[in-house]
Write a new protein. Sequence first.
Length: 363
Amino acid sequence: MGITPPIGKEPGALLDDRSREIFRRIVEGYLETGEPLGSRSLSRLLPMSLSPASVRNVMSDLEELGLIYSPHVSAGRLPTQTGLRFFVDAFMQVGELPEAERANIDRHIGPISGREQSLEGMLYEASSMLSGMSRGAGLVLTAKNDAVLKHVEFIRLEPTKALAVLVGDHNQVENRIIELPAGITSSQLTEAANFINAHLGGQTLPELRSQIARQKNELQSALSTLAQDLVERGLAVWSGDNEEGKLGRLIVRGRSNLLEGLAGEEDIDRVRLLFDDLERKENLIEILNLAETGSGVRIFIGSENKLFSLSGSSLIVAPYKDDENRVVGAVGVIGPTRLNYSRIVPMVDYTAQIMARLSTKRR
């Protein structure tokens, strides 16, 4: 993704070696500490001999290009969003994932973890692992998939609500709360569950729903009216007639990492906005769309990602696919714009590869 500075040329074509080195030091200092870097400190860090006055002149040129800015009148300089994007595109070198980090990912979710986990357990493990390794918030998203059902059960919670438990063919468990028809009895709950289980026959929910719609007369003769109503409600909820059912699942772990090192009320407000964004169910599809728009790992900095633009956060995300090359989910890290991009990119990439293998294995 290119960037266009105010004067209409690529920044890289306008920077000499001295300017590039000063710019690189400012960005790397920001990524490491979050603090602005001043001309005096820079003059001591540079490999070439430059006075603080000469450094200030270069910094002024970088400001004109829109690559850095001064947060306060007498402060040093920080990279702008444009500057961060330029750094990621032109300076950042992404190497191989270190063996120790690869082993850590394998130990949690990979082939040597040695644990048969439910789908939900695997998602939580992946999200927690990304959070712990990146010090951002780990994000794992699954698209809605049509699991083959093995067993269904209704558990009454209160007179008008029940917990509907679905068990898939790989022992993955999904729970949904559904509204009960008025006056339904415990025996009718059992009746409805027994009818669905008798007709499952290794079908997905949409297949089961279509079959029962075709066999409407059989449903009417085999079940009481209330149990019939319950079967139809349950299938509608599970099959995704409502928006939530269409969106799949988003698991975010490590939100507390985003609270570390907040400097003031403005930072706290930004994190609060991010938390609000993560709670909106309709945003799940947008995350998946972002991951799908390119191959491999995508980096979205600040307002480049409209989903979290108000909070000024960065998102590093990669899709994972099944054996038919369909995108079935995404993994990523979200955090402040000073994430350690070069370290997190190979981490997200390798995790996506593992999730793809595990997803294929479960089908």
